[in-house]
Design a protein around this ligand. Structure first.
Ligand code: MLT
Length: 270
């Protein structure tokens, strides 16, 4: 198990109940963490535990995941709106937003719609492109597979892309935890999100408008959102900082926790 962290609280926004963990002093600068697909807020426990000593850290479950429920259709657009409403409910005007993979897609969409909400942006193992036709087709065949066979085969296949070969083989506690998270996700949320991911719009054409400090982190062995996508973000967001982590794949915050947290700590005090 990942170490438990913070305090679980629930609020209502946009036809959803949002559950979140928090750590750190209310007077410290705020970092809001957005998880990837198909995980939940617990994937940020190692960040809340350590970074919560210096910053006010909040990780919430996107509607449909963990303990957050929704009556709305899932889309990246909806999730960006949820972020804005969540901040409103929490009485947080502006924050450092940190999103991993789908969390990054949401952040990149939210910064277009709600730029005033962002003081800094942290993009981890993510990209600005939309799905290619081929990727879209694959999402739809995955939906069919989940509808037929449940989450088991999907989880087995997806796990191989999340971690380095070594980390998968060692099967440490966070590898097991992520597998359990995936297996216990709601199949209908997973299939709805696959549709949302297939239909998301690109945000590359908005990168030039980002005028706040941006940190980009990517595991060198990431196969889902590879280093070349992180480099593209870096080249197109002026003044951004790029940190590549060795011996990490897609879930670099878990595979290289210390270096990941260090990169964020340093970026926060810039
Ligand atoms: C994620 O980790 O959020 C997903 O792998 C993103 C994707 O499939 O595009």
């Amino acid at each position: 198990m990942l170490p438990a962290s913070g305090q679980e609280i629930e609020i209502k926004v946009r036809n959803a109940s949002i559950s979140y963990n928090k750590a750190g002093d209310k007077n410290n600068p705020v970092i809001i963490f957005i998880h990837g697909f198909p995980f939940n807020k617990q994937m940020w426990n190692p960040q809340l535990e350590v970074l919560g000593q210096k910053f006010r850290c909040i990780a919430f479950d996107l509607p449909g995941y963990g303990s957050s429920e929704t009556a709305e259709e899932i889309s990246i657009e909806y999730y960006a709106d949820v972020l804005d409403s969540f901040m409103h409910m929490m009485q947080i005007d502006k924050a450092v937003i940190c999103g991993l993979s789908m969390g990054g897609y949401i952040s990149l969409r939210a910064i277009v719609k709600y730029p005033e909400r962002f003081s800094k942006l942290i993009l981890c193992d993510t990209q600005c492109i939309a799905d290619s036709d081929e990727a879209r087709k694959k999402r739809y065949s995955t939906i069919e597979m989940i509808e037929k066979d449940g989450l088991g085969p999907f989880t087995e296949g997806f796990m191989k892309n999340l971690f380095t070969e070594n980390n998968l083989q060692s099967n440490g506690s966070y590898v097991k935890e992520i597998k359990n998270t995936m297996l216990s996700a709601k199949p209908e949320s997973v299939t709805a999100t696959l549709k949302a991911l297939a239909n998301r719009i690109e945000t590359c054409s908005n990168l030039n408008d980002i005028k706040i400090p941006v940190l980009i982190i990517c595991g060198e062995e990431d196969k889902i959102t590879p280093v070349k996508q992180a480099q593209f973000l870096h080249e197109n967001i002026s003044g951004s900082k790029l940190v590549l982590l060795q011996e990490a794949a897609h879930l670099s915050n878990l595979e290289q926790t210390e270096l990941f947290n260090k990169a964020i700590s340093e970026f926060m005090i810039l």
